[in-house]
Design a protein. Sequence first.
Length: 815
Amino acid sequence: MPEKTYDHNQIELKWHERWAAEEGAGLYKAEENSSKPKYYVLEMLPYPSGALHVGHIRNYAIGDALARHMWMRGYNVLHPMGWDAFGLPAENAAIKNGRPPREWTLSNIEKMKLTHRRFAFSYDWDREVTTCEPDYYRWNQWFFLRMMEKGLAYRKQAMVNWCSECGTVLANEQVVDGCCWRHETTPVEQRALDQWFLRTTAYADELLKDIEILDGSWPERVLTMQRNWIGRSEGAEVDFKVDGYGPVRIFTTRIDTIYGATCMILAPEHEIVRTRLNAEMQAHAKKMIDARAAQGPGDVEKEGFDTGLRATNPFSGETVPVWVGNFVLMGYGTGAIMAVPAHDQRDFEFCSKYGIKILPVIRPTDGELPDVTKMKEAADAYGVVENSGPYSGKPSEEAKREMAARAEREGFGKAAVTFRIKDWGVSRQRYWGTPIPAIHCPACGVVPVPDDQLPVLLPRQVAITGKGRSPLDAVPEFVNVACPKCGAAARRETDTMDTFVDSSWYFYRYCDPQNTAVPYDKEKIAYWFPIDQYIGGVEHAILHLIYSRFWTKMMRDIGLTTCDEPVKKLFTQGMVVRNGAKMSKSKGNVVPADDIAEMRGADTARMFALFAAPPEKDVDWNDAGVEGIYRFLGRIYRFATRNIPAPAGGDGSADTQVLRKLHQTLERITIDFDHRWHFNTSIAAVMELVNELYAEEARISQATLATVIRTLTLMIAPFAPYLAQELWEEQGNSGPVFREAWPAFDAELAKETEVEIPVQINGKLRARINVPAGTGAAELGQLAQADEKVKALMEGKAIVKVIAVPDKLVNLVVK
RNA sequence: GCCCGGGUGGCGAAAUCGGCAGACGCAACGGACUUAAAAUCCGUUUUCCCGCAAGGGGAGUGUGGGUUCAAUUCCCACCCCGGGCACCA
């Protein structure tokens, strides 16, 4: 047959339409009762911002190649997709152009779904999950009620960013340089508000310990980040009695230095500040709090003031001053510390600044106590405790144990573990999120919404003005409600849930998306879970992936799953950047997926996304490389079409060589899929094969041509589904190509019979010899020395050593 | 400051277990086809030196050391880039 010109539009449109018709017949459907082994492959669900860009394409191209490959390997594949549809941008859009958040969100989903289909990602759309719809978020509420029952959801006061100009709460990302994003000269204040928390700390130890389960199948750096985030640290809590107040508890990891404590420092948010200090001091503390929030992370000059209060060190009996310090965090430990300036750098800086006494109590094992007059920085190493009453002369470790034991025995402290991870604040003073199912009754207090009243529906008619505590506050028919307990007039909770709640369990819902009785059928997830392969951006290494782990453990403890961990293997792909910057609307450097599909086709776009770099690496998108993939697909298409059916005439003299290359290529791709996902090298291997086919075309027999084209078609099916399907049909086949068996490679056929061996003399390449593959070391050494060129160079030299590595090289060491 | 990644041609990259550095692609250049162009096909392309040429020789994977017959790969020190955490007591 004469070759055809590769017209991506024609091919992709044709199959796009056919597949749309076939999808109802279960093209990408996961089977519910299958005898095949299951494989659950999942890509992180996107926020429906309005358009997919090439960063998404990369993520989905990886997952889709894997899903198609696993189908071809005989697995029952679950490959679902959904929408992380709640969130701030929908409200911002509403403020900006008056479009209701739901309408804006659903229309974005429609647009993006079209792009998904255009790219032929193999999703089982019957399982689609949209988190902003009541049939999904009612289960967020259901879980929330379960957590209230177990004491895992609770209320406490916490600080929020407050803009006095808007009269509203700001999300952290709405705070720009310490000011409101809409009022650039209005500094953001910190206000205390009663808010809802989930007790993630109840699982802190288990979240840390179970990282061991994930070790080896999650990227090491993700696990490290999680370990740091959880931040377990062992130490002790000790009460210092404050005159006229009572005991104040401090946390320290260095109780062995307690005899060197020369003052006590409180966080500016500490209770004593509110209850015992005068107005002037309180104002000072408030300023510190606001300044810290405005500054954001980073080094701040240490600052503080003496409260005039005095506290007693329970070990030494000494009286020390009580200060307030801006560097002491209320959210860690107890919000109060003992300052040991001699042995802690931060305390050293603070105390030096304010002239507070420095008292060394630890000497190095083989040295003297530090000389206070010469100290330039704190000596924070362990050593031997001195000037410490009965503990003097003991090593730090021993003193730590004994002191903690004594504190516990005598009731003024104990050994204690503190975590950096905090309880998860889930309250958002926002409209576009899951309503928290609680009611505030003047008589009964906080009352959970009864199960049979779920879902608490988010009202649709809401004015989004960006003013007031929350848009829901201004909706009387939402707020005014009868107390479920006593029937009195009560107020509905108007906070909504953090959107990380939605994404913490959505992958369970995919297994049973229509269920109206329970979040999902336990049997169904027992079959599908855990997720075999989860693929997404490394930016979710901490929050999303810790919350998901927490949620699974919580569900396990209420009997909904037996899984300890939801995700067996995690792959974090690199970012797609443009001109060195992360793609974002604000930078205006987004490359829309549809543009690439329009110009060069979906196959080209997704294949280039895989070819540009190994998937875990960041990649700078440039359109020039796209052209190369397009040419490559054209080369495949032209070669195949002009050889279907294979013309008689090729003498077959290149058959062995071509079949060898074919099986070598298959081997490389198969290994790439099994082990490391370096699809860039998989695709390079196919390019090499195609180059060889072009070079040897006339010398390939009819039968071999047919075999090669068939295998090549199957090989590219995971990467370029449209082209593969078209060629599959051209060869007279029917049915989806990705449901065919993945071609097995024949290790024998892939073996080289002859290899070229480099010959080095003293490590420098001097000659090459051709020998049969597998030639032994001794013979190889002989053959190398017999080479004419080697002989000439060896003239008058003595051989010291012959290193011969079969099939690799020969190195002659001479003098 | 601490903890991770990473640094290889003009560019994206490859070298999977210590064994030919630069596979594959982009860009560039040359040739074939064409009235011409596009498309396509074939070729050259790390760099420096010697040679009209065939060919030959040297250097080279951020820098400096080390181990080894042999180092992009292993070890030590340092420089640069990216990311995460950042007063966590």
